[in-house]
Design a protein. Structure first.
Length: 126
């Protein structure tokens, strides 16, 4: 089970093969991030976050063209999501959460992160 501070993302799919996700938390609490990655959008690279928890029973729909990240705010948090298509690594992309062009703000320190996310490219590198 992920511990408080476990971080996942920023993940997205190529424009040619977008994926929509429906995300909620069924145990614990987490902060879900949605990043606009549509280059033609007036809100390109802007982000929003929403706290998802078993207590508030909220969910987020993340449409194609948006990146998604998540940080656990409590030990043993369980995130549940559904996608409109099967995952395909060939179309999966990621962006470094430290990218200054996005300016993601985390409410707590990261305690766990994969090498995949830690070494993700910056916008200027992709």
């Amino acid at each position: 089970m992920p511990e408080e501070g476990a971080f996942f993302g920023i993940h997205y799919r190529e424009v040619s093969n977008p994926m929509t996700k429906f995300v909620t938390v069924i145990k614990g609490r987490g902060l879900d991030y949605i990043v606009d990655l549509r280059k033609e959008s007036p809100t390109y690279l802007q982000w929003e976050s929403i706290e998802l928890s078993a207590d508030n029973a909220l969910a987020v729909l993340i449409p194609g063209g948006f990146g998604h990240a998540f940080i656990s705010l409590q030990n043993d948090t369980i995130q549940l999501y559904s996608a409109d298509r099967k995952g395909d690594a060939a179309h999966s992309k990621h962006i470094n959460y430290k990218d200054p062009k996005i300016g993601l703000k985390l409410p707590i320190p990261i305690t766990e992160i994969s090498d995949y996310d830690l070494n993700a490219p910056f916008i200027s590198d992709s």
